[in-house]
Design a binder for this molecule. Structure first.
Ligand SMILES: Nc1ncnc2c1ncn2[C@@H]1O[C@H](COP(=O)(O)OP(=O)(O)O)[C@@H](O)[C@H]1O
Ligand SMILES: Nc1ccn([C@@H]2O[C@H](COP(=O)(O)OP(=O)(O)O)[C@@H](O)[C@H]2O)c(=O)n1
Ligand SMILES: [Mg+2]
Length: 236
């Protein structure tokens, strides 16, 4: 038995007119989007394993801001990869010092370190629905997650934003971060384009990517995100 619903979603699947998500959804991009939810056929093992959305986008694209809204509205647990690393950075261990150096340079921390922190956060949460924000930032991050966690994300959100908008937001962020300065943001943008965008393309090819216009007000962007999560609420 299938539950059918018609919605008009502002989805932007970059390269596909028809996208098939292996787990539960079939989504056809058109003027309106049909979502077919095989609710009754969902096995209990699927229900018990964590439901994971990765959240990607350049520095300042609004990942953290939108994750807070999604978490509050749809009951997801927000795990910020950068937040986990920053916490570790202040732990006055050797690893903490290494993370601080990499963050200052705008480089990516070793995947094993980041994935282990994410794994701990998933395991210690009561929630089973997760937004993993700022991860995977490299193909190496992605394969390390698949190897250590033994799963792929259910889907991936990607906030698409022009560089000049991202830079302006980062330089106005004012959270005292070691990497929110003109020099590091330039490096981070280079890393984003060379190392993170291939991961975004990987998920686009797999039909797992929701590309969202990251310009406009926080509220406008959230209205683009909302239908994606509304359509899931009966599933997870
Ligand atoms: N739509 C928006 N318009 C203007 N400023 C924004 C918007 N979304 C987020 N910001 C601000 O821009 C900065 C970067 O946003 P953040 O969510 O931290 O991005 P990211 O996690 O992708 O780096 C923050 O100071 C945030 O308050
Ligand atoms: N998967 C990740 C995520 C963040 N990081 C590090 O943490 C920094 C800040 O990440 P973040 O996600 O908090 O940054 P924003 O994109 O939110 O501005 C990155 O520039 C990297 O140095 C990492 O090494 N690996
Ligand atoms: Mg962030």
């Amino acid at each position: 038995m299938y539950r059918r619903r018609l919605t008009s979603l502002p989805l932007f699947f970059s390269h596909f007119h028809q996208v098939k998500r292996a787990d539960q959804l079939k989504i056809y991009q058109a003027f309106s989007t049909e979502i077919i939810n095989p609710v009754e056929s969902e096995s209990s093992s699927t229900r018990n394993s964590p439901y994971v959305a990765f959240v990607l986008g350049g520095p300042g694209s609004g990942k953290g801001t939108q994750c807070l809204k999604i978490a509050e509205t749809f009951g997801f647990e927000h795990i910020g990869a950068g937040d986990l690393l920053r916490k570790e950075m202040y732990s006055s261990t050797e690893e903490g010092a290494m993370i601080q150096k990499l963050m200052r340079e705008g480089s990516i921390a070793p995947s094993e370190v980041t994935v282990k922190l994410i794994q701990k956060a998933i395991e210690s949460a009561e929630n089973r629905k997760f937004l993993i924000d700022g991860f995977p930032r490299s193909e190496e991050n992605r394969t390390a997650y698949e190897r250590i966690i033994g799963a792929e994300p259910n889907f991936v959100l990607f906030f698409d934003c022009p560089e000049e908008v991202m830079v302006k937001r980062v330089l106005n962020r004012n959270e005292g971060r070691v990497d929110d300065n003109e020099h590091t943001v330039k490096e981070r943008l280079k890393v984003y384009k060379a190392v993170t965008l291939p991961v975004v393309n990987h998920y686009a090819k797999k039909g797992k990517l929701y590309k969202i216009d990251g310009t406009g007000t926080q509220e406008e962007i959230f209205e683009r995100v909302r239908p994606i999560f509304s359509s899931l609420s009966s599933l997870v």
